[in-house]
Design a protein around this ligand. Sequence first.
Ligand SMILES: O=P(O)(O)O[C@H]1O[C@H](CO)[C@@H](O)[C@H]1O
Ligand SMILES: O=c1cc[nH]c(=O)[nH]1
Length: 238
Amino acid sequence: MSTHIGAQAGDIAPVVLMPGDPLRAKWIAETFLEDARCYTEVRGMLGFTGTWRGQRVSVQGSGMGQPSLAIYVNELFREYDVRSIIRVGSCGALTEDVAIRDVILASGACTDSSMNTHRFGGYDYAPVADFGLLSRAYAAAQAMPDVTTHVGLIMSSDSFYSPRPELMEPMVKHGVLAVEMEASALYTLAAEHGGQALCVCTVSDHIVTGEETTSAEREQTFGAMIEIALTAALADSD
Ligand SMILES: O=P(O)(O)O[C@H]1O[C@H](CO)[C@@H](O)[C@H]1O
Ligand SMILES: O=c1cc[nH]c(=O)[nH]1
């Protein structure tokens, strides 16, 4: 067992899907996996391992924000020999080029967090997705005619309720499509540990138009991004 995950060695698959919401993890396990077993309930941050099309895969909640995600990602890479982590999250659209329920494959993640400022002593590091995962996710998304998918930058913010929303304007002018709260730390930690990472998000609310989904929809209806993530992670890993 690690400090925050109540699993034994071998309980967790080399490939992990990671939603922020532990109840989305439960829904993913119950909806997409066969023979799913819960391996941790520590702090209610549920984790499951099962199979998808015959291949082992785990689903682990991360909680909200980069410090919480970093605890789980560090323990997965350091103590459970995890190879790939794909965040399956919700996000808020920052531009009318993106619509509610669209899927975003985050090629890179900007941030207002100080985590990487500390890590790199003030230099700007560019946290990016693993290219193999990203290209396989893009191919999987292209095979879904009913899903509109974008590839581009997202913003990983420390604040859901931003005290300075005007600071998003230059970000949008420089290509940032949406805001969420974890991808930058995930990409940085994957690089540190020699692992692979990708963030796939579904637009749950629209900062420009004011449209939003319910908490039940955010928990249980973002199935397209799960199919994309599973295909990207497991399509070539036999
Ligand atoms: O839906 P999840 O995966 O939790 O992701 C988004 O939702 C939370 C905020 O409501 C943050 O964690 C943000 O990144
Ligand atoms: O972090 C998030 C997630 C969804 N919507 C937002 O506006 N922010």
